[in-house]
Design a binder for this molecule. Structure first.
Ligand SMILES: Cc1cc2nc3c(=O)[nH]c(=O)nc-3n(C[C@H](O)[C@H](O)[C@H](O)COP(=O)(O)O)c2cc1C
Length: 401
């Protein structure tokens, strides 16, 4: 064991010490010295207690061994991917995910896409921050360089994400010019290489979210080619946005609406790939529809826009209806109150009120008072906590009346 200890010294002792105090067992260790990685490929974990004894002479003898950080959150009793909220750039930030988590304990939540370049070359580790309350939460990465993606995966796993997903569906010009996202549908071999490198870098689950094809590709060939590549890399779960992306001439928004959905094609893949968990995405608007799709054999459904705009319709009864838990449905008024400390924290960090409250504009969608709620929040973009509290008081009084 003393031979392994010097590896930890190459990282940041202060950070490693802090992590070890929280979890004095097998912890992920950041190798900051490139030679260390060259010499010890794949050895991303060392025994923290031994390392600490070596470095500081500290004796941590009798603590029970805890699981590694990626699995330190209790394993869910359900399969969270049965219902997930899609990764949505600029929408599914940490505050949004905390709203969604208060509506459903079990639904799987995805981050916005974070590029491997921003993490690895840009040092933007802050993009990985999330609140532990968000678990189960998956990080989505964008990139096409296997080595860089593997490094980004290590950073994500180090932060505690339980799943890391590769984006093979985003059609934006910016993403295309970086040669990742949907354009990767044309390069299934490269996708396989990326996924293989990502898997080799962590024990967290690696998944991929793809389209059924791009441009003039035949989806009957493009989708199986992508699924073969994923399976070949050892990936067990794939999320399919069941429409093509047209890389020329359509905006990202149009690419979520114009190319027709083809659920039947994805459904045919269920029998062709029985060893893959296939999750369906695209155009799912209600929980009834989600239940129907699950009953047809999909391992999961992923919902984007409907979950964002009508979060209560999609998520408040999901624990009961999708995950079979004996719970009562979440109450949106309680959720609004529960979000108070999160919003206060956002304001304390210098954020604008609307930066947080935009994620609860739809909390009462379809219910009496929904429009007044939206208007009240929209009219106070720079409001204070007192303004928000006054709104909450109004909610409570209306309920009592
Ligand atoms: C505002 C917005 C941002 C999005 N950003 C991403 C993203 O970062 N990564 C990704 O894979 N898909 C992204 N998408 C696509 C969604 O994940 C999803 O595939 C798409 O909206 C179709 O699902 P839906 O019909 O349930 O909304 C985004 C969608 C929207 C509306």
């Amino acid at each position: 064991m003393p031979h392994r200890a010097p590896l930890i010294a190459l990282g940041n002792p202060g950070r490693n010490f802090a992590t070890a105090i929280c979890n004095p067992a097998l912890i992920p260790v950041k190798f900051t010295h490139p030679c260390a990685e060259d010499r010890e490929p794949g050895r991303g974990f060392v025994d923290a207690r031994a390392a600490l004894r070596y470095i500081w002479g500290i004796k941590l003898l009798s603590q029970p061994r805890l699981p590694r950080r990626v699995s330190q959150f209790p394993a869910s009793i359900v399969e969270p991917w049965r219902l997930s909220v899609a990764p949505m750039l600029d929408w599914t930030d940490s505050i949004c995910r905390q709203v969604h988590r208060r509506l459903s304990r079990h639904a799987l939540l995805y981050t916005e896409m974070v590029t491997s370049a921003a993490l690895v070359r840009g040092g933007a580790r802050h993009l990985l921050r999330f609140d532990p309350v968000e678990h189960p939460v998956a990080l989505q990465l964008g990139g096409s360089d296997p080595v860089e993606l593997a490094q980004a995966v290590r950073m994500g796993a180090d932060e505690g994400y339980s799943e890391i997903n590769l984006n093979v569906g985003c059609p934006s010009d910016r993403v295309q010019s970086g040669s990742f996202g949907a354009v990767l549908m044309k390069s299934p071999e490269l996708v396989g290489d990326c996924l293989g490198a990502m898997r080799a870098a962590t024990r967290a689950e690696i998944t991929v979210k793809c389209r059924i094809g791009v441009d003039d590709q035949d989806p009957e060939q493009a989708l199986p080619a992508l699924l073969d590549a994923a399976r070949g890399a050892g990936v067990k779960r794939v999320i399919v946005h069941a429409r093509k992306a047209w890389l020329q001439g359509l905006s990202p928004k149009e690419n979520r609406e114009v190319p027709p959905l083809d659920y039947a094609l994805v459904e045919r893949m269920l029998s062709a790939y029985p060893d893959l968990k296939l999750c369906l995405n695209g155009g799912i608007a209600t929980l009834d529809q989600a239940e129907d799709l699950l009953s047809r054999g999909f391992a999961g459904v992923m919902i984007g826009r409907a979950a964002y705009h009508q979060p209560v319709d999609i998520l408040a009864s999901a624990d009961r209806r999708i995950f079979g838990q004996p719970t009562t449905d979440a109450d949106p008024v309680a959720v609004a109150h529960d979000m108070r400390p999160v919003i206060a924290g956002h304001l304390a960090r210098g954020g604008r009120l609307i930066g947080a409250t935009r994620h609860i504009l739809g909390l009462f969608a379809g219910q009496p008072g929904a429009r007044a709620w939206r208007r009240a929040l929209s009219e106070m973009p720079n409001g204070t906590m007192a303004d928000f509290d006054a709104l909450l008081d109004g909610l409570t009084q209306r309920r009592a009346a």
